[in-house]
Design a binder for this molecule. Structure first.
Ligand SMILES: [Zn+2]
Length: 285
């Protein structure tokens, strides 16, 4: 659907995501998330994912959306029933994007984090849950870990009416995307933008404009989207280990096969629509 900006994964208004750490006792209509290596126990009805009610069970409080709280089941994966089956993330992503889809993805990120931090990375003792914040604390050495969130950039490099687009090498995602990459230790997010573009395409950029961020919970990332202008040579020198393709596209020829719920997709569509909010600022002295 060219021209319309679709909603990103986390855009669930008028519903309100409340992730303040306020553990509470569940009420029977709250939702229970039971994960296994096969996926999440859920049902798909009319292209929408639904989660089982918690009933008389209990679990680790995760967050609330409106009046409904979401709890993580911490025992052995619950058995499948006639209505509820374990569905992997890639199949859930085929369903409509709504507040439940977002809840499932955010909960899966937290499930990974709880599961991978059951023991202290410093001394190997079993960790315990923090009481006043979402943390896991080692009772032996005090080492404290917080949920894993990796900062990363999505970069739309523009050259007037053209947009730089890339395709990953050696990844399942085969569609055209924008330059992207994770921040390194000791680096500002602006420096991440400049480094990733230079590494992947050999181009230099200027006039960085922050656009929006997106909690890309599928990969425990926080994406920060920037528009910027190419500076100097327009000739692409592709990093073959990272990219299978990199090319300039004019506004009228932009690919349309990007994912609708992603920041990348929205940024491509904003450029296509010549949104004035992404225009380069007046040259400053
Ligand atoms: Zn320890």
């Amino acid at each position: 659907m060219i021209g319309a900006v679709k909603r990103m994964l986390q855009d669930i208004s008028p519903h309100i995501y409340d992730n303040a750490y306020t553990p509470r006792a569940p009420k029977p209509s709250d939702r229970l998330l039971s994960f296994s290596d096969a996926g999440l126990l859920c049902a798909v009805e009319k292209d929408r994912v639904t989660l089982p009610e918690i009933g008389d069970k209990t679990g680790q409080y995760l967050f609330a959306i409106d009046e409904t709280a979401y709890f993580l089941w911490e025992g052995a994966p619950l058995p499948e029933t006639e209505g509820y089956r374990y569905l992997p993330q890639r199949e859930r992503r085929q369903c409509a994007s709504d507040e439940t889809a977002f809840a499932c993805a955010a909960a899966e990120s937290l499930w990974r984090w709880y599961r991978r931090n059951r023991f202290c990375g410093a001394c190997g003792s079993p960790t315990e849950k923090g009481e006043t914040e979402r943390s896991l604390v080692c009772p032996n050495c005090g080492c404290t870990v917080y949920p894993k969130i990796c900062p990363a950039v999505i970069v739309a490099v523009t050259d007037g009416d053209r947009l730089l687009m890339t395709k990953y090498a050696n990844r399942p995602f085969k569609r055209w995307a924008l330059v992207a990459g994770f921040s390194e230790i000791g680096e500002s997010i602006e420096d991440t933008v400049r480094r990733e573009v230079l590494e992947e395409t050999g181009l230099r950029v200027e006039n960085l404009r922050f656009y929006k961020s997106q909690p890309w919970v599928y990969t425990d990332s926080l994406l920060m989207g920037f528009y910027c202008d190419v500076a100097g040579s327009r000739e692409i020198v592709r990093q073959e280990s990272e990219l299978s393709e990199a090319a300039w596209f004019s506004r009228s020829d932009l690919p349309t096969d990007h994912s609708a719920d992603s920041l990348t997709g929205e940024m491509i569509e904003q450029f296509r629509r010549s949104d004035p909010t992404i225009a380069a600022p007046e040259a400053s002295p």
